[in-house]
Design a protein around this ligand. Structure first.
Ligand SMILES: Nc1ncnc2c1ncn2[C@@H]1O[C@H](COP(=O)(O)OP(=O)(O)OP(=O)(O)O)[C@@H](O)[C@H]1O
Ligand SMILES: [Mg+2]
Length: 489
């Protein structure tokens, strides 16, 4: 995506008009049904949990539509997802992040318990969320001004390519250096001198847009400490990028420039980014970001069970309840100072999740329990679920393996009963050893395909069909030997 499209005129127009709908799209929220449908593409079953998060998400939007004081009183439907390990709690949150047109971060409650408190203070989650919102909004704004920035960058490149508009006296333009169409002037006709200049510029512009000059190099001034903007990233990735973005835009750093020789294509990219930086109004970005965090931010607190439960009788782990006490004001609503200003946490939605093996939600301090009024339990997964998990989700394991093998020209396929057998074995091992949910499928699959994966480059055949017999043969010994399966599967 780092490719800079040479903007053709119609395209520029299109994006210009596209500014408004983009804004509108942003405001459009998915309905609960649509949210569940999207989640269904990745997560099998767990309908109750999907429904709860969908409702909670939609309620944020509903609250926004409420007029008057009551709006302030409507509290988010904070949720606790309870369920054994590996059944999709984190996965639901992860996918929700992609759906929610909202700043979203996932934190591990246990991160805040570190003995000796090396860890981070609890308020940092709000700061991180705000950073994230800022880069999110910046990115949107950048997209909105991109076409304008591209045009400005184009002018700049043309300025680099062609000396300034000729004065009357000048007779010679140094276009040779770039091997550009040269032309001569007649002193007697200064009018046509300018005309010619214009013409050349337009000719160059056309070539530029067609990408004909892409490979040529020019020397441009670039800020010394720039980072390339990576244009595609998932919400999880924004965090790391936030810093670069910020430096790009804020203009707060001393802008040292240096001359750099780059291809024209590269120059287009660099100059476009620079123009975007100038066109985006940081003040507006910040206030919109804060508004977004306050009204639609979502914080997913994973492993919340790790901070529940009685204090251990001995040892230094005193922080569990302490962390809950720290968390409480944030969940209840407080102001957190961030580098962009105060952020109110009253309406941030919190979704917590935990396996609650050794502790129960009732082991959380009462105030905390009160702040998470909705509890949803996730079901343990059955063999039937495993069959579906192996095949149905967009990122299903079997699809992944097929894609992997495909890179070496081998067509991998599975018979239905082979898949069923894999699911059955995974379930069996889960029952016998520890129940690690769908994660078991990973270990079973890698063990099953280890040999094929190893020999793949040397295989004579271009087709590998996994049958039930093959699954049985490969895994039988391991499954039957309980000790062995404990280590391998
Ligand atoms: N219901 C499901 N549908 C599809 N895939 C699933 C499902 N449950 C789990 N998985 C797969 O198993 C992996 C582990 O699931 P996930 O991370 O959601 O577990 P978890 O419930 O958060 O467990 P833990 O309590 O250990 O954190 C995911 O990467 C996902 O691929
Ligand atoms: Mg998890």
């Amino acid at each position: 995506m780092s490719e800079v499209k040479s903007p053709t005129v119609p395209e520029v127009r299109k994006t210009e008009q596209g500014e408004k709908p983009l804004e509108k799209d942003w405001k459009r929220e998915l309905t609960p049904k649509e949210i569940v449908k999207e989640l269904d593409r990745y997560i099998i079953g767990q309908d109750k949990a999907k429904k709860s998060v969908a409702i909670a998400l939609r309620n944020r939007w509903r609250r926004q539509q409420v007029k008057g004081d009551l709006k302030e009183e409507i509290m988010p439907n904070n949720i606790i997802m309870i369920g054994p390990t590996g059944v999709g709690k984190t996965e639901i949150a992860r996918r929700l992040a992609n759906l929610a047109n909202a700043p979203f971060i996932k934190v591990e409650a246990s991160k805040y318990t570190e003995v000796g408190y090396v860890g981070r203070d609890v308020e940092s989650m709000v700061r991180d969320l705000t950073d994230l919102a800022v880069s999110m909004v910046k990115r949107e704004k950048a997209e909105q001004v991109r076409s304008k920035a591209e045009r400005q960058a184009e002018e700049k490149i043309l300025d680099y390519l062609l000396p300034p508009k000729p004065r009357r006296k000048r007779t010679d333009l140094h276009t040779q250096e770039y091997n550009l169409p040269s032309f001569s002037f007649h002193e007697s006709n200064p009018e046509s001198l300018e005309e010619k200049w214009e013409k050349t510029r337009e000719k160059l512009r056309a070539q530029l847009r067609q990408g004909k000059l892409n490979k040529r190099t020019i020397e441009i001034s670039v800020p010394n400490d720039r980072f390339p903007i990576i244009e595609v990233f998932s919400p999880q990735g924004i965090e790391e990028l936030g810093v670069n973005f910020q430096e790009m835009f804020s203009g707060m750093l001393p802008k040292k420039t240096k001359r750099r020789k780059v291809t024209i294509k590269e120059a287009q990219r660099i100059l476009t980014q620079e123009e975007i930086g100038k066109l985006v109004d940081m003040e507006a970005v910040i206030s919109e970001s804060i508004e977004r965090v306050e009204n639609s931010g979502i914080i997913f607190i994973d492993e919340i069970d790790k901070i529940a439960g009685e204090k251990p009788k001995e040892g230094p782990d005193v922080s569990r309840e302490g962390v809950q006490r720290d968390l409480l004001p944030i969940v209840e609503g407080t102001n957190v100072m961030t580098k962009y200003g105060m952020v109110k946490t009253d309406h941030i939605l919190f979704i917590a999740a935990g396996a609650f093996h050794t502790s129960k939600p009732s082991d959380l301090i009462p105030e905390m329990q009160g702040r998470f009024p909705i509890r949803v339990e996730l079901d343990s997964l059955t063999t039937e679920d495993f069959v579906r998990i192996l095949t149905e989700p967009k990122n299903a394991l079997i699809k992944q393996y097929i894609a992997l093998m495909h890179t070496e020209g081998v067509e991998l396929s599975f018979t239905d009963d082979a898949i069923r057998e894999i699911a059955r074995i995974a379930n069996l091992v889960n029952e016998r050893a520890e129940n690690i949910g769908a994660r078991r499928l990973h270990t079973v699959m890698t063990t099953l395909l280890e040999d094929v994966m190893f020999r793949l480059p040397d295989l004579k055949t271009k087709k590998v069909k996994v049958t039930k017999q093959m699954v049985e043969k490969t895994l039988k010994d391991i499954v039957e030997d309980e000790d062995l399966s404990r280590y391998i599967l």
